[in-house]
Design a protein around this ligand. Sequence first.
Ligand code: FES
Length: 172
Amino acid sequence: MSTTKEKQIKKSEDIDWIEVNKKIDKYISEVESESDALIEVLHKVQSLLGYIPKRTQKRIAKELELAPGKISSVMSFYSHFSAKPKGKYQIAICKGTACYVKGSVDIIEKVEEVYDLNSGDTTDDGIFSLEVVRCLGACGLAPVMTVNGKAHGLLNPDKAVKILEKYKNGEM
Ligand code: FES
């Protein structure tokens, strides 16, 4: 099981875009194989910023002479890539079969309601982002959610919110 990671994602207004653009140009110039260029550059930008903003997608498309639609289709295929900044705590709640039959939908609805959050979104304060996923590989603990990769199992809606409050209050 992985340990909790706290990612610091910079907001768009805090980013030095001149520096970022220089790095993107460098990534593009270093690409070895044209066929892997897009994925390689997307990975590097995702690691650099924690997400791939629209303006950066446009720049990459221009530099690699690709249609902007090509970038969004690749990004939507690989869940690792995100167009929006993720929260400090990234929640994944499983809706796979084992979790579904043990009530994960109630947990999802509760988390969405308490934090005014939909799957794929981040709270306005940047604390949480939520993804609803299919099987986290811990079916014996169903229903399961992970927070920054750390699994929490045998949940119910109230238990899930109590755990998330602990993260929010810096107690986990
Ligand atoms: S179905 Fe939820 S962890 Fe496997």
